[in-house]
Write a protein that binds this ligand. Structure first.
Ligand code: DON
Length: 553
């Protein structure tokens, strides 16, 4: 026998799982999306076909969170050869974008321009992502995997409270544009819970993609309508911007924690690197046996340091050189750990180098494990709830406001209170830095697939879910557990209500933390777990929102 082959047989590949799960599990933010995924599996598709159907259906029924006018990251594991890869369908800045495009004559950032209307929108990547996944990983044609989404757009779906809340919040912006008004404010009034929302234009746009592939969106009728609508409303997109959009395959970030392997999102997401830094810092500590205040203190100090590095070093890897190896190296983490005082918080301003984030459900995450052991963790977004508020006339496409994920000016916080510098400044064709962190945790005994929306808090929410997994809790617990967060600046430890008891709060304050407890709830986590010992698959959806849907078949 060939020596290399023998070696592989003896050692096995750390990436390939020998067994297959006995069931398929899907957890997403809406029952129609979860059902669309299972429909593809029943038609002979794999997890990747399911991911396209789920993403496309969410683009119809959960537009406050993601859509074909936006983009995202799909983390894939292919069971057959053990390949792990991230499909980067992140939006790109149009060619006419430049560093100072949102500064007014006084040099102040024009927040309205950066968040609302077509100037806020980067070139969408979602459809290019679908096509790439179908061509390279799926078994079914797009024509088939887009059917459930087309159905949902044509037949309509029942409007639910979370969508109504976002429409109410964005009513003034939506009312600026007749095309947005027609969908969300019919007869001048916001949609109500129980109304049926039919989206004929969106159905036609999806059908063009089903027929023609990505050219049905990036060229021809759809592209012309998109550009005409953007221009008529003061935007800067061109037909070339759409035609030149390119989806990218990115090598994943891998790191080890407590003997298991983490596979997670590389740049232009900041999530994987920050997660690796934080877990490397925490590695030697026995968090499970610590008093809550001691544990939260150490986890918070790890968060603070990883988020400082985020604002200093991270951006689109096609534009800036990122010291990934250093930031994810255990020795680098050891240096950071050595400077953590177990009894005292370090003010962020004492860290060498460089504002409150809203709660997070305006992005979407779903997790899939199929019966073959293929995995998908996908986090997709249009950025803030209902995005730019601008539907391009005649297309049904709600455009993203992802330009706000760039740093418009050094030190000026974005919608999530994140600040940044040169690495994430606006440049033509560049991808804005993201926090979206779709992640797999792979061990001998099982596989976890998880992620969540939540702006800057995504990374810490994913880490808290992972720590809960390592504490031995089940998938329901990962998505339910109360959440806390630190992002370097603003220098505050924030939490959901009820996360800490009075004694812990007191102890954290005594260690020097400024603790801010928020009324609202954060995130919308959807996770799947495959227990390799029993072959069982379990899925769970965040109880914080009403439409989560976790189904194992
Ligand atoms: O890519 C990012 O990091 C953001 N655009 C995600 C936005 C988000 O999670 C909104 N939910 N609160």
């Amino acid at each position: 026998m060939n020596k290399t082959l023998l070696l592989i047989l003896l050692l096995g590949s750390p990436f390939s799982f020998a067994e297959k799960p006995q069931q398929a599990g899907i957890a997403s933010a809406h029952p129609l999306a979860t059902a669309a995924g299972h429909e593809m599996l029943a038609q002979g598709g794999n997890a990747f076909d399911a991911a396209i159907a789920i993403s496309a259906t969410l683009a119809v029924v959960e537009q406050q969170s993601s859509g074909i006018g936006g983009g995202g990251f799909w983390l894939l594991h292919r069971a057959q050869d053990g390949k792990n890869i991230m499909i980067d369908g992140r939006e790109t800045a149009p060619a006419a974008a430049h560093r100072d495009m949102y500064l007014d004559e006084n040099g102040d950032v024009n927040r309205d321009l950066m968040l609302y209307g077509p100037m806020a929108a980067a070139i969408p990547g979602e459809i290019a992502g679908f096509a790439h996944i179908a061509d390279h990983y799926g078994k079914l044609p797009l024509k088939q995997s887009l059917q459930p989404a087309i159905r949902a757009a044509e037949d309509g779906f029942k409007v639910y409270p979370r969508l109504v809340k976002h429409i109410n919040n964005k009513q003034k912006v939506l009312a600026r544009y007749p095309s947005s008004k027609a969908i969300y404010l019919p007869q001048g009034q916001p949609l109500k819970v129980g109304d049926i929302l039919v989206q004929k234009d969106l159905a036609e746009t999806l059908k063009r993609v089903a027929e023609k592939g990505p050219e049905g969106f990036y060229e021809g009728e759809t592209a012309e309508k998109l550009v005409a609508a953007v221009k008529a409303n003061g935007g800067i997109w061109t037909l070339d911007d759409l035609k030149n959009y390119q989806v990218k395959e990115r090598a994943v970030i891998t790191t080890n924690y407590q003997g298991q392997q983490l596979i997670t999102a590389p740049p232009p997401s900041s999530g994987g690197i920050a997660l690796a830094t934080m877990l490397n810092i925490l590695q030697p500590w026995d968090l499970a046996t610590m008093a809550q205040a001691d544990r939260v203190h150490l986890v918070t100090e790890a968060m603070r340091r990883a988020y400082r590095d985020r604002s200093l070093y991270l951006g689109d890897p096609d534009f800036v050189s990122i010291p990934t190896q250093r930031l994810t190296h255990p020795y680098y983490a050891a240096g950071l750990r050595a400077a953590i005082n177990p009894d005292k918080a370090l003010p962020s301003e004492y860290l060498p180098g460089v504002g409150d984030s809203p709660k997070g459900e305006n992005t979407t995450h779903f997790s899939v494990i199929d019966a073959e052991g293929n995995l998908v963790a996908a986090t997709l977004t249009v950025n803030t709830g209902l995005a730019s508020g601008f539907i391009a006339e005649g297309t049904g496409v709600l455009l993203n406001n992802e330009m706000d994920d760039f740093s418009a000016k050094r030190g000026v916080p974005n919608a999530y209170g994140l600040t940044g510098g040169e690495a994430n400044q606006i440049e033509a064709g560049k991808r804005p830095l993201s926090s979206m962190t779709p992640t797999f945790v792979v061990g001998d005994d099982g596989v976890a697939v998880l992620g969540t929306p939540g702006g800057s808090r995504i990374i810490t929410m994913v880490m808290l879910g992972i720590l809960d997994y390592f504490d031995g809790h089940d998938v329901k617990s990962w998505v339910t557990k109360p959440r806390y967060h630190h992002q370097y600046l603003p220098d505050a430890l924030s939490s959901e209500k009820g996360t800490f008891d009075a004694d812990t709060l007191k102890a954290l304050k005594a260690k020097g933390h400024t603790v801010k407890v928020y009324d609202g709830q954060w995130g919308n986590m959807h996770a799947v777990h495959w227990d390799k010992k029993t072959g069982e698959v379990n899925a769970a959806s965040d109880p914080r929102t009403e439409t989560g849907s976790a189904v194992v078949k």
